[in-house]
Design a protein around this ligand. Structure first.
Ligand SMILES: *[C@@H]1O[C@H](CO)[C@@H](O)[C@H](O)[C@H]1NC(C)=O
Ligand SMILES: *[C@@H]1O[C@H](CO)[C@@H](O)[C@H](O)[C@H]1NC(C)=O
Ligand SMILES: *[C@@H]1O[C@H](CO)[C@@H](O)[C@H](O)[C@H]1NC(C)=O
Ligand SMILES: *[C@@H]1O[C@H](CO)[C@@H](O)[C@H](O)[C@H]1NC(C)=O
Length: 316
């Protein structure tokens, strides 16, 4: 039995950014985060103090029921937490390890190879990337290059196949387009040898429900938004996102363009290993260094060069 499907801590930090409040000064809209006590913003300090011990306790092996696969396992190797309220950071701490396991079965690394989680540990954002795509989309709506209730086809004409001509931007954003959860087959499949074929596979996917009829969370909605954003701006997605994350001083939040693997990636050692993907999910997984560390774990984002890049418009 394979107990540890995900071996690195991923659950706690939503946005990896610097905890240095002055880093955001370039934005300077008067909303710069500062550190203060919970009491200063009307919060009870006790649960915040208890949270440190409580989260750390889950690094201890115990029978946590289905959460530990009904066996004696820890829930998490470690993590990083930042709690803010009213522009004020009231709690910031790291606990446990960012690198603890030698394999997918929970074999521990020898102590000298274990690495502690830190305040600046970088975690895989996975589906939280959708929030960044949403902001990039709303920025285009604000500037008038995109309309919420317009059809996708208006911006990407070749999307109008397989019953998709009435899908709107709003349907993509609200997961009501009718798409299945993921592209089938996966984009790393060898039937799509080139980047262009992978993009074409996204644009020509069929539907499982009529547009607008049903909510179904689907990566395809946000992959389609990527295609639209790149088409209307003629810029790669990572640049569109960096435009506002840089304003926010989020220097440690980025796409790993080109899936730079291993210590060649300048953020490799700062990153938390994510999973032993092949060991857990089998040989059908992308063949890449294990554990996945410092490059996107997602099997559909990875073959798009670690993100959504339109290579034809890539100036680098
Ligand atoms: C953490 O706190 C919750 C809520 O008080 C409690 O139910 C849980 O047992 C605690 N977990 C550990 C491992 O201490
Ligand atoms: C993990 O455990 C399974 C089942 O016991 C075993 O088949 C597999 O070889 C183990 N993997 C490693 C890397 O030890
Ligand atoms: C878009 O359509 C929705 C749902 O039909 C409607 O509630 C909303 O007012 C429309 N928004 C715009 C900007 O036209
Ligand atoms: C799109 O909407 C129009 C008007 O409601 C409808 O006649 C047409 O059949 C729809 N097309 C598709 C492909 O669903």
């Amino acid at each position: 039995m394979r107990l540890f499907s995900i071996v690195a801590s991923t659950s706690l930090v939503l946005i990896q950014t610097t905890a240095n409040p002055t880093a955001a000064k370039s934005a300077n809209h008067g909303n710069i985060l500062s550190y203060s006590t919970p009491e200063s913003v009307g919060m009870d300090p006790l649960p915040l103090q208890q949270m440190i011990a409580n989260l750390t306790a889950y690094t201890t092996p115990a029978d946590y029921g289905r959460f530990s696969f009904d066996a004696i396992n820890p829930i998490e190797p470690g993590g990083t937490v930042l709690v803010g309220h009213k522009n004020t950071i009231v709690s910031a701490f790291a606990f446990g390890k960012k690198n603890l396991y030698a394999d997918a079965n929970g074999t521990l690394l020898p102590p000298h190879l274990q690495e502690a989680a830190d305040l600046d540990t970088i975690y895989d954002l996975a589906s939280l990337t959708k929030m960044y795509i949403t902001v990039a989309t709303l920025r285009e709506i604000d500037s008038g290059t995109l309309q919420l209730n317009e059809t996708v086809t208006r911006y990407v004409p070749e999307f109008a196949v397989n019953g998709k001509s009435n899908i709107t931007i709003l349907m993509l954003l609200t997961h009501t387009s009718g798409f299945a959860s993921d592209p089938v087959p996966s984009l790393f499949s060898e039937i799509y040898p080139t980047y262009e074929e992978k993009i074409k596979a996204i644009v020509t996917q069929g539907l499982t429900n009529p547009p607008g009829s049903k909510f179904r969370y689907s990566d395809l909605n946000f992959m389609s938004l990527m295609v639209i954003l790149e088409r209307i701006t003629n810029r790669p997605l990572d640049q569109l996102v960096a435009e506002f994350t840089s304003l926010l001083g989020m220097q440690n939040t980025f796409f790993n363009r080109g899936n730079v693997e291993g210590p060649k990636n300048p953020f490799y050692w700062q990153s938390a290993p994510q999973e032993f993907q092949i060991e857990v999910l089998g040989d059908g997984e992308p063949q890449r260094p294990q554990p996945v560390r410092g490059s996107v774990h997602d099997e559909n984002a990875w073959p798009l060069n670690g993100q959504a890049i339109d290579r034809t418009s890539d100036p680098r």
